[in-house]
Ligand binder design. Structure first.
Ligand code: NAD
Length: 504
């Protein structure tokens, strides 16, 4: 492989280890070895702040996926991993959490470079939360239990039995993740999968492969046996090969609903288990009695955090009619103040979108919204003339049928709509194929509880947005997914139950 000379013009503040990491082509991790793709091909990963290459990574395809699945199978069937005691897995996972904490600045910078988000946020949120997830799941490794069952066995009169259940790992798990929170989405899956004793193949998104590869070094440093964690970088074809592979027992996927449906089709061959975290178009509901300032700040963060590239982004803003004009004006004003720039600039609040493709897609929605008759209170166009920046955009005068209201845009764009107290807001809020999250802003406790029950979504946040916690389950209603990640129940996604009944 040949290294691409990285553009270093805005890399002056980079950590030496990040410089070293991007100064050469990055191989992938299969069976404990750092290897090139079988084809020898590589692909460039791009800095979205400049549209220039950062470095090249191995271009894995179906052949490499097959190599990785074999390595994971061998590690599951023959390796020391499955003979390890739960407390040994606990210590390894805890160590990963500690290393991530120690190296948070490095991970934050690399994520900022590859994804475009602010390095400070990538260190403080993406990396430190990932560390927390590894430590939380380290604790779960020793708490995976079956149960004893007092069976009746009516067809064996007089018999005596000892019956119990075992909770066992599923086996070889394929983990396919998107580019919006590259390290975090990988951690959501890796930590419970490994706590439960599975072996894994991680396929990061082609736009953002770098922190997954750096995480591979952390697994090595922590002392994981070879083949337990394999990382194959590549495009959708590599993900498709993983989803279709007959020797993979489970696929955990985060990404678009469109690709999620393809995963379901591909998994049919061997009926592998599937869990899905998919798209969203979440309602954020502001009642007239809400704390105005708090609701404005929270509602801006709801759709602008991570440049709108959040599956849970509160991009349908429902505001009770008496405060609609003032509230949307305040949201537009606050959004227009956001400092736009590259993720490596510490003052940046809004970075670039991740890729040219995403930039074109979001630009298309801006044009469609305006053509449909929506009015932009702020934004509505590209920012600057380099990189993939879009101005934060607040649309009003929108109809429920507009594509900017129905479809996931995945950029810093919100569509605001008024609602009336007498008709309520639940029907409009639930008018979506998605059901991932929702926000509610009110000072009336009864209204908060009542509305939380009416909303069809996997997470509801009251007087806050993005109210995630490692201990709270997360996942989607409707076409936003299957299963719940995070929380202790995530272990269920990576284990299966065996019923043992012994005639005494
Ligand atoms: P995507 O679906 O295009 O890609 C996600 C991953 O799937 C990538 O690794 C990609 O290479 C791979 N892939 C592509 N085609 C594939 C195929 N046919 N078979 C198997 N794998 C394939 O999504 P994206 O554009 O990277 O991410 C944005 C989407 O992710 C949004 O829809 C967003 O809502 C969703 N998302 C959901 C959550 C959640 O928890 N619900 C979290 C983050 C992102």
């Amino acid at each position: 492989m040949t290294a691409v000379a990285p553009d270093t013009t805005h890399h002056t503040a980079l950590h030496q280890r990040v410089r070293d990491f991007i100064s050469a082509d990055r191989p992938m991790l299969i069976g404990g070895e750092w290897v090139s793709s079988a084809s020898g091909r590589t692909f460039e990963t791009i800095d979205p702040a400049t549209a220039r290459p950062i470095t090249s990574v191995a271009h894995g395809d179906a052949t490499d996926i097959d190599r990785a699945v074999r390595a994971a199978r061998q590690a599951f069937d023959d390796g020391p991993w499955t003979r390890m005691k739960p407390n040994e897995r606990e210590r390894l996972l805890w160590r990963v959490g500690d290393i991530l904490t120690e190296r948070a600045e490095e991970f934050g910078q690399l994520e900022a470079l590859d994804n475009g988000k602010a390095a400070t946020i990538a260190a403080a949120v993406d990396t430190q939360w990932s560390a927390d997830i590894f430590r939380y799941n380290a604790g779960l490794a020793t708490k995976i239990t079956g149960s004893t069952v007092d069976v009746s066995m009516p067809f064996v009169p007089g018999g005596e039995f000892h019956a119990y259940t075992l909770r066992e790992p599923v086996g070889v798990c394929g983990l396919i993740v998107p580019w919006n929170f590259p390290l975090l989405m990988a951690s959501f899956k890796l930590a419970p999968a490994l706590a439960a004793g599975n072996t894994v193949i991680l396929k990061p998104a082609e736009q953002t492969p770098l922190t997954a590869l750096l995480l591979g070094e952390v697994f090595h440093e922590a002392g994981f046996p070879p083949g337990v964690v394999n990382i194959v970088t590549g495009y959708g074809e590599a993900g498709a090969a993983l989803a279709a592979h007959d020797d993979v027992d489970k696929i955990a996927f985060t990404g678009s609903t469109e690709v999620g449906k393809k995963i379901v089709d591909a998994a049919k061959g061997n009926l592998k288990k599937v869990s899905l975290e998919l798209g969203g178009k979440s309602p954020n509901i502001v009642f007239a009695d809400a704390d105005f300032e708090k609701a404005v700040a929270g509602s801006v963060a709801a759709w602008m955090f991570n440049h709108g590239q959040c599956c849970v982004a509160g991009t349908r803003l429902f505001v009770e009619r008496p405060i609609f004009d003032d509230f949307t004006a305040a949201v537009a004003e606050a959004a227009s103040q956001a400092k736009i720039g590259p993720g490596l600039d510490p003052s940046t609040e809004l970075g670039p979108l991740v890729s040219q493709e995403q930039f074109d897609r979001v630009s298309g929605y801006l044009s469609a919204g305006l053509a449909d008759g929506a009015r932009a209170l702020t934004g509505g166009k590209r920012w600057g003339d380099e990189g993939f920046f879009i101005e934060p955009t607040v649309f009003v005068d929108v109809e429920p049928s507009f594509s900017i209201v129905q479809e996931e845009i995945f950029g810093p764009v919100v569509a605001a709509m008024p609602f009336d107290a007498d008709t309520g807001v639940a029907a409009a809020a639930n008018d979506s194929i998605y059901g991932l999250a929702a926000g509610i802003w009110t000072t009336d406790l009864s209204k908060a509880h009542r509305t939380a029950r009416q909303i069809k979504a996997g997470s509801v946040w009251v007087n806050q947005y993005n109210g995630f916690d490692t201990a709270m389950p997360f996942g989607g209603y409707k076409q936003s997914g299957w299963g719940r990640e995070l929380g202790s129940s995530a272990i269920e996604l990576y284990t299966q139950t065996k019923a043992v009944n012994i005639s005494l």
